[in-house]
Design a binder for this molecule. Structure first.
Ligand SMILES: Nc1ncnc2c1ncn2[C@@H]1O[C@H](COP(=O)(O)OP(=O)(O)O)[C@@H](O)[C@H]1O
Ligand SMILES: [Mg+2]
Ligand SMILES: [Zn+2]
Length: 261
């Protein structure tokens, strides 16, 4: 029976569901088939011509990508909201006004820019962690996100704690969990005390994944470190150091505020 056979019952599915082009019926090895994409996609009832099959496939991939980010957010939201609530008392009222006059405009400039990273570098006790909280809180104020849950505000993690999470994931067979969590935070992520301890190759490569993802997607990240710029590359690999130095570097000097009371 050919398509032109007027006596055959009309096939209700003979046109493409997207562009309505008639789907040709051909015979392959004795089986009658419509020349459409065999791809059925997320909406499994679709019958598509070849070009529409390709478009549909791309749209579905994008849908899956967005869905995955959303799932990640829901999955980690509660845990991260807790971390935001738990701003350490010491730093709750940290303000950019606590520093030299230039610090506030410098912070505002960084927040408004599309620089992804601000690295606060200097010896212990010079106020880096205090400054990181001050910048993050200023960001929340500017973005009007002071009271919204995590992911839209900021998350603070010390790098030693982050490394411990990564190590835990590695033995608990949940490799990459922490990496996923910190990669996708779309507010500010503060990574405190980078380079404070020796890291394994595994930890460094996970750290690199977080940092390179955040660099690529221009996700605001504040890093504090006791290392100088040249030490960053020897202790943490060039590929991490070069990404950090592509952002803004703010140097902290002076006396140790902890001991100089
Ligand atoms: N500009 C500042 N004004 C008031 N207190 C500060 C200031 N900078 C740092 N401090 C306090 O000094 C102590 C050490 O600062 P911190 O930020 O922890 O140093 P670092 O992270 O460089 O080791 C903290 O108790 C902090 O709150
Ligand atoms: Mg500190
Ligand atoms: Zn089509």
């Amino acid at each position: 029976m050919s398509m032109k056979d007027k006596t055959s019952p009309p096939d209700k599915q003979e046109s493409c569901d997207r562009c309505k082009v008639k789907l040709e019926v051909k015979e392959y090895i004795g089986v009658k088939m419509t020349v459409c994409s065999s791809y059925r996609g997320l909406k499994n009832a679709l019958r598509l011509c070849h070009p529409c099959g390709d478009i549909q496939r791309e749209e579905d991939n994008e849908r899956v990508r967005i869905w995955t980010i959303q799932q990640n957010k829901e999955r980690y939201a509660v845990r991260l909201a807790k971390e935001v609530e738990n701003i350490p008392r010491r730093f709750k009222s940290a303000s950019t006004g606590d520093f030299a006059d230039a610090f506030k405009p410098q912070s505002e400039k960084w927040i408004a820019s599309d620089e992804w990273a601000a690295t606060l570098a200097g010896p212990p006790g010079t106020g880096k962690t205090h400054a990181a909280f001050a910048m993050a809180l200023l960001y929340c104020e500017i973005e009007g996100k002071k009271d919204s849950p995590a992911y839209d505000t900021f998350v603070f993690i010390t790098v030693p704690e982050l490394l411990a999470e990564l190590r835990h994931d590695a033995v608990a067979d949940s490799a990459g969990e922490a990496t996923e969590k910190y990669k996708t935070i779309d507010g500010i992520l503060v990574m405190d005390d980078l380079g404070a301890e020796k890291s394994s190759e595994y930890a460094l490569s996970e750290l690199y994944r977080i940092i390179s993802y955040r660099e690529m997607h221009i996700l605001k990240t504040i890093i504090t470190t006791n290392l100088g710029v040249s030490e960053l590359s020897t202790k943490l690999h060039d590929r991490i150091a070069s990404r950090l130095t592509s952002g803004r570097i703010i140097n902290f000097k002076g006396k140790d505020r902890r001991t100089d009371k």
